[in-house]
Write a protein that binds this ligand. Structure first.
Ligand code: ARG
Length: 604
C-alpha cells in the first residue's frame, strides 16, 4: 500500500489542484476536473478554465478569458516527472502528455510488485455489500442470480481497492410467508412437533397450498398475520415452529434435513451449490437476525418524533411520497421496512460500515428510497449524498428470454440456476471436444476449463450490460467466441499466454532484467490503456457499475490485437520489451477476470 500513489487521474489532479490554488487564490474550493483526453492532443486534460472564468469574470483580474486562465493553469503546474508537455486547446482546456518513461516505469513496477500497487484509493475503509439475499420457502429466481453476480463483483472491486467488505446475505427468513406456513402447518398437522417434517413432504406444494388458502380465506389470512405478530413478539410455540422451518431450510438440523424432501430445501441446497460453483463467499445474516433490535431502534425514532400513527399503523412520513413508510403494521407486526431500518442501524452503529450497498431488482427502488430518506431524517446519514456514511441501492433490470418476456423455461417454470450453469458448461465442453481438446488434455483439465469458460460466460453476459437495463439471456450469444463475450476474452488471454510460452523466455527473469520501450504508437496506446486500469476500477466502484470494467477489459483486448498486428514479438530486437507488454496485458486481464469473478484459462 505504501507503493500505491493513486491513479494517474488522482496524481494529475493533485498537481492541478496546486496550480489552481496559485492561479485563482480567491477560489480555494475549486476542485480539479481532470479527465482522459478524447482528442489527439494529449492523454489527459484539465477542464477548469471555463468555470474559473465564470468566477473571476467581472472582478479585477489579469485574465482575458478562459484560454488565458488555461495558460496560467498550465504555467503554474508544479514540476513533475509525470508531465511530458502541456498545451492549451479551445476554451482553455489544458492537455497533458505523459512521458513514455513514466508510463513504462509504472508498468514495470506493477510487474515487479503485483497489480495491487495500482489499487485505487477510495474514501471509505469499511463497506457492507448486501447481495443475493433469497427468501426461504419462496421461489428463487434469476433475479437472485443477477444480485449474486453483480454484488460479488462490486464486493471484489471494493476489496481490491483495500476496502474491508462485509458480504451480507440478507436472507428472507422472517417475512410474512412464515406466518402463513406456520399457521397452515398447525392446521394441517396438529401433531406437527412429532410428525410435521414427514407430513409436509413437498414444501413447494405446501407453500402453494398455504398461499392459496391465504388468498382465499380471510379468516386464515387473519390468523396467519397474527402468527407473524406472535412470532415476532417472541411467542414460544411460534418461534419453535419457525425455527423448525428455518433449520430445515438452512440444512442445519440433521433430523429435519432427512425428512424434509421439499423444493425449499432443494432450492436452498441448490443455492449453496450455486455459490460454490460461482466461487462466491458471503455471510448469512438473515432478516431474523435483526429482529431483537427492532423495538429499540423504533423507540429511538419515536422519541425523535419521526413515527406517527396512521390508519392504525405506525409510519414515517416521507415528504414527496404518496404513501408513508410503514414500520409497524396495523396488526402490530413488523415488516420488511422495519427490518431494513434496523439492519441499517446495526450496520452503521455496530459494524461501523461507512458505505452500505444493496443489490436488488429495480422493483424495490421505492422501498430503498423511502427508508434511506427515513435514515437521513433520523440523522443517521448526512443529507448530502456526497458524504459518508452513505447508502446506495444498486438496482438491476429483468433477465428476458428469447421472446423478450421474463426468462422462463419452456414449461414456464422458474429457471433453475444450477441448470443454467450446467448447460453453459455442457455446451462449452462439447465445443472443446469438437476442437479436439479431449485428445490434448486430461479429462480433469477438460472439466475445469469447460467450467471456467461456461460459468464465466454466464457472469460476463450479465455484467457487461448496464445493470439498470433488462437483458436477454442467450447461450448462443454468450458462448460465441467472437465479439464482446467472456469466451472471446478467455481466448485472447490464452493466446497472450501462449505467445509468452512460445518465446521460450523466462518471464520472471525478464521482469527483473528487462525494460519496456514504447516505440510504436500501438505500443504506447496499449501501455497507456494498461495504466488506466486503476481509474476504471475506481469509476466502476464509485458508480457501482461493473459494465465499466467489462468495457475496459474488452477495449484492452482490442488494444492488444492492434499491438500484436503491428509489433512482431518473438525474434525481434524489441522482443524483451514486447514480451513484458504481453505479460503486463495478461496480468491486467487476469485481474479484470478476477474482479468479475471469472476464472482465467491459460490455454485453450
Ligand atoms: N429478500 C429480498 C428479495 O428477495 C432481497 C433483500 C435485499 N436486501 C435488503 N436489505 N432488503 O427480494
Amino acid at each position: 500500500a505504501e507503493d500505491n500513489e493513486g491513479t494517474v487521474k488522482q496524481q494529475l489532479s493533485k498537481l492541478f489542484e496546486t496550480s489552481l490554488r496559485m492561479t485563482v487564490p480567491d477560489e480555494p474550493d475549486l476542485e480539479p476536473l481532470v479527465v482522459k483526453c478524447t482528442g489527439k492532443f494529449g492523454d489527459y486534460q484539465c477542464n477548469n478554465a471555463m468555470s474559473c472564468w465564470a468566477k473571476v469574470k467581472g472582478k479585477k483580474t489579469e485574465f482575458k478569458g478562459p484560454p488565458s486562465i488555461g495558460q496560467a493553469i498550465a504555467n503554474n503546474l508544479p514540476e513533475s516527472e509525470m508531465i511530458e508537455s502541456c498545451s492549451i486547446a479551445g476554451p482553455g482546456f489544458v492537455n497533458v502528455v505523459l512521458p513514455n518513461q513514466w508510463i513504462t516505469k509504472s508498468i514495470q513496477k506493477m510487474l515487479e510488485k503485483g497489480v495491487g500497487i495500482w489499487a485505487p484509493k477510495l474514501p471509505v475503509s469499511r463497506a457492507v455489500v448486501d447481495f443475493s439475499s433469497p427468501n426461504i420457502a419462496k421461489e428463487m429466481h434469476v433475479g437472485h442470480l443477477r444480485s449474486t453476480i453483480i454484488g460479488d463483483t462490486i464486493a471484489r472491486m471494493l476489496e481490491y481497492s483495500n476496502v474491508e467488505v462485509l458480504r451480507r446475505n440478507h436472507v428472507g427468513d422472517w417475512g410474512t410467508q412464515f406466518g402463513m406456513l406456520i399457521e397452515y402447518m398447525f392446521e394441517k398437522f396438529p401433531d406437527w412437533e412429532n410428525a410435521g417434517e414427514q407430513a409436509i413432504g413437498d414444501l413447494q406444494a405446501f407453500y402453494k397450498a398455504s398461499k392459496l388458502k391465504f388468498d382465499a380465506d380471510p379468516v386464515f389470512k387473519e390468523k396467519a398475520q397474527q402468527a407473524v405478530v406472535l412470532l415476532q413478539g417472541g411467542n414460544e410455540k411460534y418461534r419453535k415452529a419457525w425455527s423448525m422451518i428455518c433449520a430445515i431450510s438452512h440444512g442445519g438440523n440433521e433430523k429435519y434435513r432427512k425428512a424434509w424432501s421439499t423444493i425449499c430445501e432443494i432450492s436452498r441446497k441448490e443455492f449453496h451449490q450455486v455459490y460454490e460453483r460461482l466461487g462466491i463467499s458471503l455471510e448469512e445474516k438473515g432478516e431474523s437476525f435483526y429482529n431483537p433490535y427492532i423495538p429499540k431502534v423504533l423507540e429511538g425514532l419515536s422519541n425523535q418524533g419521526l413515527i406517527v400513527e396512521s390508519e392504525g399503523a405506525r409510519v414515517i412520513v416521507i415528504e414527496g411520497k404518496q404513501i408513508p413508510l410503514i414500520v409497524v403494521k396495523s396488526d402490530g407486526g413488523y415488516n420488511y421496512a422495519s427490518t431494513d431500518l434496523t439492519a441499517l442501524w446495526y450496520r452503521l452503529n455496530e459494524e461501523k460500515a461507512e458505505w452500505i450497498v444493496y443489490v436488488t431488482d429495480v422493483g424495490q427502488k421505492l422501498h430503498f428510497e423511502m427508508f434511506f430518506t427515513a435514515a437521513k431524517l433520523a440523522g443517521w446519514l448526512p443529507a448530502d449524498e456526497k458524504l459518508y456514511p452513505k447508502t446506495s441501492h444498486v438496482d438491476f433490470g429483468l433477465v428476458l428470454g428469447d421472446d423478450k418476456k421474463r426468462f422462463r423455461t419452456r414449461s414456464s417454470e422458474v429457471v433453475r440456476l444450477v441448470d443454467l450453469l450446467d448447460e453453459a458448461k455442457t455446451r462449452c465442453k462439447a465445443e472443446l471436444v469438437e476442437r479436439g481438446k479431449a485428445l490434448e488434455w486430461t479429462a480433469e483439465e477438460l472439466e475445469q476449463i469447460a467450467e471456467a469458460i461456461g460459468y464465466g460466460a454466464v457472469k460476463y453476459a450479465d455484467l457487461k450490460n448496464n445493470r439498470s437495463t433488462n437483458y436477454t439471456f442467450s447461450f448462443d450469444q454468450m458462448l460465441n467466441d467472437k465479439g464482446n463475450t467472456a469466451v472471446y476474452l478467455q481466448y485472447a488471454h490464452a493466446r497472450i499466454c501462449s505467445i509468452i510460452r512460445k518465446s521460450g523466455k523466462d518471464i520472471e527473469e525478464l521482469k527483473n532484467t528487462g525494460t519496456i520501450v514504447l516505440g510504436l504508437p500501438e505500443e504506447r496506446s496499449l501501455g497507456l490503456h494498461l495504466l488506466q486500469f486503476a481509474e476504471v476500477v475506481e469509476e466502476a466502484c464509485l458508480s457501482l457499475l461493473p459494465n465499466v470494467l467489462c468495457e475496459y477489459l474488452y477495449n484492452l483486448s482490442e488494444h492488444f490485437t492492434r499491438f500484436y498486428a503491428e509489433c512482431k514479438v518473438n525474434g525481434t530486437p524489441e522482443e524483451t520489451s514486447r514480451l513484458l507488454l504481453c505479460e503486463a496485458t495478461a496480468v491486467v486481464m487476469r485481474q479484470c477476470f478476477h474482479l468479475l469473478g471469472i476464472v482465467p484459462v491459460f490455454k485453450i
